[in-house]
Ligand binder design. Structure first.
Ligand SMILES: Cc1cc2nc3c(=O)[nH]c(=O)nc-3n(C[C@H](O)[C@H](O)[C@H](O)COP(=O)(O)OP(=O)(O)OC[C@H]3O[C@@H](n4cnc5c(N)ncnc54)[C@H](O)[C@@H]3O)c2cc1C
Length: 484
């Protein structure tokens, strides 16, 4: 049997790679982790989830400070934002979490961490910093980067990506955001709240195009009300550096081309898998810009080379990367065959209000040819959201024709937290009846979960048929009051 340096080698020390490394080493596998940057943590920690959610919260506090009168408070003069202070807070949060993702901690778990840029020499060996390192199994977990589309002139201007957003020494006066996906929507609202004039350019007819339009429109209305300019059905024709400002020429369907100018341009038009330079071609592993070709057990054409995280081209979220990491550990270390199943993978866009989703929304149910009924409850009927001045949004529960929940979308305050109850319910096969009967504390936002399940149940319990039965058996005498 061949003798390898390691049982498992992992390329990429982000959400996916760290999950595999921690799991494999703790199970006793001799584990190598290779990271290209000089710190572990990946995009999520350094340029993604952590800095963006920190920025979003800072922007929310600033927004609330300016909106005191809406809560019966005196209005206050707030000073303009000093972005260096904001960036400092972001860095301090990153540094705190970095300890958890440090080389020392992983070494303590038994993982050998190496920094550098690896290339595959053959399907069991990489070249790294002039050394050859071999492993029985490999995991590609190198993440993704902002995709840069071939817009004429774009490559020649100093555009921003997510890597540049959290370390400005000055708040940009204006920003054009190309794209209207989750990153674009979150950053549009946050920078606009901090004082940047923001325009969003979107090719299709809605923002957040994976979501149901009614839910995405709810967010768009809030963004517009707060002052974000949103151009839908709009193509980006060209970009140009004008010195102090950048120019983007756009064309909205049916209108003449229009020049937009801003201090900064953020490209948020999707992601491209980080796979170039690994010599995957050389060892016969096919891929495209979306990611690797994998089977359900997350194996490439070489069954001992796995993938986890954004390179799978599936769902580009930190928790998806972690889940895929656990699938890889199961397959490669435990040798317990496990397939990735994304049926109930939840996600959330952290605008204010948030938009969370699990299972099928209407778009996905229609695409899958599933017949469904929709049950809706609105946050304006939830006592806690009214108390907190958060009346915007609703929950949509989709049931198949047998009454089984197939998906839930929540647009509203703390939707990302509220969807967790549905994570348990859908994964556990819990019926709406159980949720409706379970006592929830009052007054909480979470009551909306119980209420939407209860509304469905009421339609069954309070039916004419049931009333007739009760009248017959127990001699109930019907209404004591009615509409005049
Ligand atoms: C602005 C922004 C906000 C986001 N917000 C959220 C959120 O709120 N919630 C959420 O779930 N997800 C969010 N995401 C997505 C999330 O960050 C990713 O899905 C997640 O980081 C993917 O994990 P990964 O392990 O695939 O990649 P990463 O975490 O990026 O890790 C990949 C690692 O591989 C390294 N690497 C790259 N190339 C090589 C190479 N050749 N050799 C060795 N190492 C290499 C990289 O340096 C990196 O450390 C956000 C992303 C962005 C950009």
């Amino acid at each position: 049997m061949a003798n390898y340096d390691y049982d498992i080698g992992i390329l990429g020390g982000g959400s996916g790679g760290l999950t595999v490394a921690a799991g494999a080493a703790q199970l006793g596998a001799r584990t190598l982790l290779v990271e290209k940057e000089d710190a572990l943590g990946g995009d999520c920690l350094h340029f993604g989830c952590v800095p963006s959610k920190t920025l979003i919260h800072t922007a929310k506090v600033y927004h609330l400070m300016k909106n005191g009168p809406k809560f019966g408070l005196p209005s206050v003069e707030v000073k303009p934002v000093d972005f260096r202070e904001v960036a400092r807070r972001i860095q301090s949060v990153i540094q705190t979490i970095q300890k958890h993702d440090s080389e020392e901690r992983f070494c303590g778990l038994g993982v050998k961490v190496e920094f550098g840029t690896p290339t595959f020499k053959d399907e069991h060996t990489i070249d790294l910093n002039g050394k050859s390192l071999s492993a029985k199994n490999w995991v590609i977990a190198t993440g993704s980067s902002a995709a840069i589309p071939p817009v004429p002139g774009l490559e020649q201007i100093p555009y921003l990506t997510n890597r540049d957003l959290f370390s400005f020494d000055r708040l940009p006066a204006s920003m054009i955001i190309l794209g209207a996906g989750p990153i674009a929507a979150e950053m549009a609202q946050a920078f606009n709240r901090l004082g940047t004039r923001v325009s969003v350019i979107q090719r299709s007819g809605q923002i957040l195009s994976n979501e149901d339009k009614d839910m995405a429109d709810g967010i768009m209305e809030v963004l517009k009300e707060e002052g974000v300019k949103i151009c839908l059905n709009t193509a980006i024709l060209s970009a140009k550096d004008l010195g102090i400002e950048q120019e983007v020429v756009i064309q909205t369907k049916g209108a003449a081309p229009l020049s937009l100018k801003a201090e900064r341009i953020l490209v948020a038009l999707g992601r491209e898998a980080n796979l170039k330079g690994l010599n995957l071609e050389g060892i016969g592993i096919p891929y495209d810009e979306k990611g690797l070709k994998l089977d359900a057990r997350l194996r490439t054409d070489h069954k001992h080379i796995y993938a986890a995280g954004d390179v799978t081209g599936a769902y580009q979220f930190t928790h998806a990367a972690g889940y895929e990491g656990s699938i890889v550990v199961s397959n490669a270390i435990f040798h317990l065959p496990r397939k990735a199943d994304y049926t109930y993978l939840p996600w959330c866009t952290y605008t204010h209000p948030e938009l969370a989703s699990i299972g099928k929304n209407e778009k996905r149910a229609k695409a899958a040819g599933i017949e469904y009924d929709v049950w809706v409850e609105e946050f304006k009927d939830n006592d806690r959201s009214l108390a907190e001045g958060e009346p915007v949004g609703k929950i949509k529960m989709l049931l198949d024709k047998k009454g089984k929940p197939i998906g839930v979308q929540i647009l509203g305050p703390r939707a990302g937290d509220l969807v967790s109850e549905w994570v348990a319910a859908l994964n556990g096969g819990v019926k709406p009846m159980t949720l409706a009967a379970a006592v929830h504390p009052y007054p909480t936002l979470g009551e909306i979960n119980k209420k939407v399940a209860g509304t469905y149940l009421s339609s069954k319990i309070f039916s004419e048929r049931v009333k007739k039965g009760l009248r017959f058996f127990f001699n109930l005498r019907g209404r004591a009051c009615g509409p005049t």
